[in-house]
Ligand binder design. Structure first.
Ligand code: PLP
Length: 412
């Protein structure tokens, strides 16, 4: 086929005339390919998938029933624009009950999003002019940074490492960066590190934001999922936070609703107003029946409690198995991610050049899928969202991991 003129029309932000010709294979594609190859090479052996970043279960039966009921009502059929008040009111009550966020005005300080991903994608349109900076911890969930660049902005990275307790060192930023920075992205409990923030850190963030006139976007996608009596920590419960930022609460992980696409953005009224204007030009709101099912979900906190207990139990099991084979695995306070440093190699055997190399080894030789991160140290991310129906099956998965790893001695 001769080359279409369309090839020369792509915007520079997605590669210009070279769009689609990139020969670099990206991480997630590599994992997918390695999984397919491993399946082919070992047709009878099941892959243990610890790579996926979404729940293995469907939404709660009550939520599903509520959707069916609401979907059947003619009055719910149309555009919802910037959302129904009922969801915003329910979100305000939920945020106070679960996180202790007091005094939010559900009319002006809360808005829904069709998941938190599009919220992160749209916020730069409201704030980023060419040359402006978004500060991003590394590793990260990249959407806010990607869209910042698409709007002509720049991303400044701050590594989060074991040494800084996976909390970015804001003091390391130079004065030019502080002057040009408009957005600071934070995400706790964190994907991929599983780390939680501290109140002291959030207090410092508020001071830093006020001093330097920066907007804080705290992505609390995993905030409901806490273990062993740990209380979820909301950025908005810190004094002054509402003057400087917004916090994003997703129903995806805390209520097993990834495909449903529903989130709440809460915090500074002006930031929300700017976001609402951009949103109004991007979408026409989530289906009202889904928002109503979301109301049901946030009124039933036991759903998140049950999900958290499951992940907590799985973390306990996985930490034990990984420690037995030599990993320095530590259970996170929240989230479904277990982030562990990779071995240097195998005793008297191969060396691992990088986390990616190790992750490829795990999938190819052991049929265990993980996600590697080489951005700040060498780590793989295990997610306790692997498929298993109940404790007995979870134990079988763990026994199988132990068995597959028992014939090697890793060197760390
Ligand atoms: C840190 C983080 N933020 C946001 C999202 C997207 O969540 P949502 O389903 O609400 O768009 C994810 C999903 O994996 C995530 O890990």
């Amino acid at each position: 086929m001769s080359e279409s003129y369309i090839q020369n029309m792509f915007a520079e932000r997605i590669g210009g005339a070279n769009f689609g010709k990139d020969t670099v294979i990206y991480k997630f594609e590599k994992i997918k390919r390695a999984k397919m190859a491993a399946k082919k090479a070992h047709p009878g052996v099941e892959i243990i998938d610890m790579g996926v970043g979404e729940p293995d279960e469907m939404a709660d039966a009550g939520v599903v029933a509520k959707l069916a009921e609401e979907a059947a009502k003619p009055e719910n059929r149309g555009y919802s624009d910037n959302g129904i008040q009922e969801f915003k009111d329910a979100a305000a009550i939920y945020l106070e009950r679960v996180f202790g966020i007091k005094g939010l005005n559900p009319e002006t300080e809360i808005i829904h999003g069709i998941g938190s991903k599009p919220v992160l994608a749209m916020l730069p349109a409201a704030f980023i002019n060419p040359g402006d900076i978004t500060i991003m911890p590394v590793p990260n969930y990249p959407v806010l940074g990607t869209l910042t660049k698409w709007f002509g902005g720049q991303v400044v990275s701050l590594p989060i490492t074991k040494e800084n307790n996976f909390l970015p060192d804001l003091d390391s930023l130079d004065s030019d960066t502080r002057k040009r920075a408009k957005l600071l992205y934070l995400n706790y409990p964190n994907n991929p590190t599983g780390a939680s923030a501290t109140r002291e850190f959030f207090e410092k963030v508020v001071r830093f934001a006020k001093e330097n006139h920066i907007i804080v976007v705290h992505d609390a996608a995993y905030a409901g999922l806490m273990f062993d009596g740990e209380k979820p920590l909301s950025f908005l419960t810190v004094d002054g936070a509402k003057d400087v930022g917004v916090e994003l609460f997703s129903l995806s992980k805390a209520f097993n609703m990834t495909g449903w696409r529903l989130a709440a953005v809460a915090g500074n009224e002006l930031i929300i107003k700017g976001f609402a204007t951009v949103k109004d030009n991007n979408d026409s709101g989530q289906f009202i029946a889904i928002q109503k099912a979301g109301v049901y979900a946030v009124e039933h906190l036991e759903i998140t409690d049950r999900i958290s207990r499951k992940y907590s139990r799985r973390h306990d099991m996985l930490v034990e198995v990984l420690r037995e084979v030599g990993f320095d695995a530590r259970k996170p306070k929240g989230s479904f991610y277990l982030y562990v440093e990779v071995p240097k190699g195998i005793k008297d055997g191969r060396r691992f050049e990088s986390a990616e190399d190790f992750s490829q080894y795990l999938i190819t030789e052991k049929l265990i899928s993980t996600v590697p991160w080489d951005d700040a140290g060498r780590y793989v991310r295990f997610s306790v969202t692997f498929i298993a129906d109940g404790i007995e099956e979870e134990k079988m998965v763990m026994d199988e991991i132990k068995r597959r790893l028992s014939d090697v001695e890793f060197e760390f």
